[in-house]
Write a protein that binds this ligand. Structure first.
Ligand code: TNX
Length: 589
């Protein structure tokens, strides 16, 4: 198989590009938002338009503009709904989680609209002008699907589960004008296009991975990434919690892992780690957004930070100094020592106890210095330890040669769709999460001039991220063995929140569409056009993104002389990168 060489010869020796990315996002936000300010008490009529607006205002949102593409869209002309200041969000079921979704939707819509949007019990007959969420018996929608109906009189979301309601609410969000992402009230006519959508995902596992080991990212950054997943109906966040450069999660039974092993990162920065409470907060925030956290403890390789904390785990029993470079494949815990298995059982036991989700990821990649027989024996024992915690084991596809363990999942990251060893593991019962490095790796550069990232798996522009089929990607692997897709973001060269977002957007929505949308909707030209409309949303939300030349982004409106420019701030560690918009482009309705 065509795999990456050891080491990272292509890693850029650059200064962190965060400031430049933040400046680029600021410029984009300025362009979009610099329009005459309107006040919130002037909401009933759209802002006055000039002849100029006809060419430069963003296109009217159509019911089918949603990303990921819904399963079925049935527009109804002249049935648009306009959300007004007296609207109420009704929730029909006496179900606490459904109520939570109603409150979340209200919280998403309040900042930009400035409307109170109280959440109330549904009463029949439903008054017009409201948004209603209803839990219903609907087997056809499955555990994550929803039905959405927009008429003149109101918006109704139905689903069999709170998760379905939540995904329906994300669709409602996307059907409103981009200014809905503004953190402060803006003058806008809050129209949704009329018609109905029936929607449910193609794959049950749709995820992204954040490597918090090469560079550490604090809780607010992780929560913000979870928000991004939720927007695009992704439902798994894989946290790569340990690697050579840092151990990022407190383990009570082995305290030096985080205290010593966490105090370093690539390039010599201070590193950091999550306390148990930090981790609980991440897990709870994700769960509220129907995202399952998949924790990874990478074993037996990628363990230099653990060895630097506990020399007894090292083959030579000597604790090495911290490692801040970007080589891979040199470290391993001693697979012949019983102490190693006590360590593995203690760590995985504590992580399992903190993690409500079903998965425990044991890594398994690039243990180049462990002989194949010792490696397989280690993996088989680690798989049994995971089973003892009641969790399902996930590992990078290098664990394929080890014996099958009930339910095990391999995360495939190859760059060539021929992989007989993985196909054989699937024959023996393994399921797959697909992360082909040449399509799904978010740490690859978009183009040669991308300021950060690698290129060992090639350059990945938006089209490359989008144009592959998870159901047919690997030879001799049937579609029903594919649990889903995941886009990993390795962070050797990624150092800040704007840099994370720059690598995620716009490729994360492309991956999200592969995971969610029926294959019949796959169409690059259509996707490109739908995606274009999301640029102004990201700008309004203060998200740094790559303005890929492949995407026909709507033209920004020229700023009238003397208008107050928006001032997006470079994000501090504690607060999201939020612009302070003063106005938004005029709607075309
Ligand atoms: C390979 S993919 C790795 C990581 C690196 C990444 C950089 C995989 C399982 N291992 O250790 O960070 O390449 O692209």
């Amino acid at each position: 198989m065509d795999e990456r060489p050891a080491g990272h010869p292509d890693l850029p020796g650059h200064e962190p590009a965060a400031a430049e990315l933040a400046r680029a996002a600021t410029r984009a936000a300025d362009d979009l938002l610099a329009a005459p300010a309107r006040t919130t008490d002037d909401l009933s009529s759209p802002p006055a338009r000039t002849a100029d607006d006809q060419s430069s205002a963003p296109a009217r949102i159509r019911l089918g503009d949603v990303v990921p593409a819904p399963e079925r869209v049935a527009p109804v002309p002249d049935a648009d709904f306009v959300l007004t200041a007296d609207a109420v969000i009704r929730v029909s079921a006496d179900d606490a989680t459904a109520r939570t979704v109603a409150r979340q939707l209200a919280a998403l819509l309040r900042p930009a609209t400035g409307y109170p949007l109280p959440v109330t019990d549904a009463a029949r007959p439903e008054p017009a002008g409201d948004i209603t969420l209803a839990l219903v018996d609907a087997d056809n929608l499955g555990p994550e699907g929803y039905w959405l109906d927009v008429t003149h009189d109101g918006v109704r979301i139905e689903a069999a589960t709170p998760a379905g309601l939540f995904f329906g609410a994300q669709t409602v969000r996307q059907l409103l004008p981009p200014a809905i992402e503004s953190p402060t009230p803006v003058g806008e006519r809050w129209t949704l296009p009329g018609g109905s959508i029936t929607d449910r995902p193609r794959f049950p596992y749709r995820g992204a991975m954040l490597d918090v080991a090469r560079h550490f990212f604090g809780v607010p950054d992780v929560l913000r990434v979870i928000d991004h997943l939720a927007r695009y109906k992704l439902n798994h966040l894989h946290l790569h919690l340990t690697d050579d450069q840092g151990w990022r999660i407190a383990v009570d039974s082995w305290p030096r892992l985080a205290e010593v092993g966490g105090a370093s990162e690539v390039g010599g920065g201070p590193g950091g780690h999550y306390t148990r409470d930090d981790y609980r907060q991440i897990v709870a925030y994700a769960a509220e957004r129907h995202v399952t956290v998949v924790p990874e403890i990478d074993l037996p390789g990628h363990t230099h930070a653990a060895l630097s904390a506990y020399g007894e785990l090292a083959p030579d029993r000597v604790a090495p100094p911290p490692y801040t470079g970007t080589e891979v494949g040199f470290s391993y815990v001693d697979p012949t020592s019983e102490r190693t298995y006590e360590f593995v059982a203690d760590v995985l036991g504590e992580i399992a106890a903190l993690t409500p989700g079903p998965w425990l990821h044991i890594g398994g990649d690039e243990a180049f210095k462990v002989r194949p027989d010792a490696y397989a024996a280690f993996v088989e024992r680690a798989q049994r330890i995971v089973a003892d915690t009641g969790r399902i084991v996930v590992g990078w596809h290098q664990i394929a040669p080890a014996a099958h363990a009930e339910g095990r999942v391999l995360q495939w990251w190859g760059t060539n769709g021929e992989d007989p060893v993985t196909a054989d593991a699937v024959q023996r019962g393994a399921r797959l999460v697909l992360s082909p490095a040449d399509h799904a790796y978010l740490d690859m550069k978009y183009a040669l001039d991308t300021p950060i990232g690698h290129d060992w798996a090639g350059l990945i522009d938006v089209r490359r991220a989008y144009d592959w089929d998870p159901g047919a990607h690997l030879t001799d692997v049937p579609a029903d063995a594919v649990l889903g897709v995941e886009a990993p973001l390795w962070t050797e060269s990624v150092t800040s929140r704007p840099e994370i977002e720059f690598m995620l957007f716009p490729r994360l929505p492309a991956l999200a569409e592969l995971g969610w949308s029926p294959r019949t909707t796959h169409d690059w030209a259509g996707f490109r056009d739908r995606l274009a409309g999301h640029g102004p949303r990201w700008t309004a939300a203060g998200i740094a993104f790559h303005r890929s030349p492949e995407i026909p982004w709507p033209a920004a409106r020229p700023a009238p002389a003397g208008s107050p420019a928006a001032i997006p701030t470079q994000p501090g560690p504690e607060e999201p990168a939020a612009p302070t918009p003063t106005a938004v482009p005029a709607p075309t309705a």
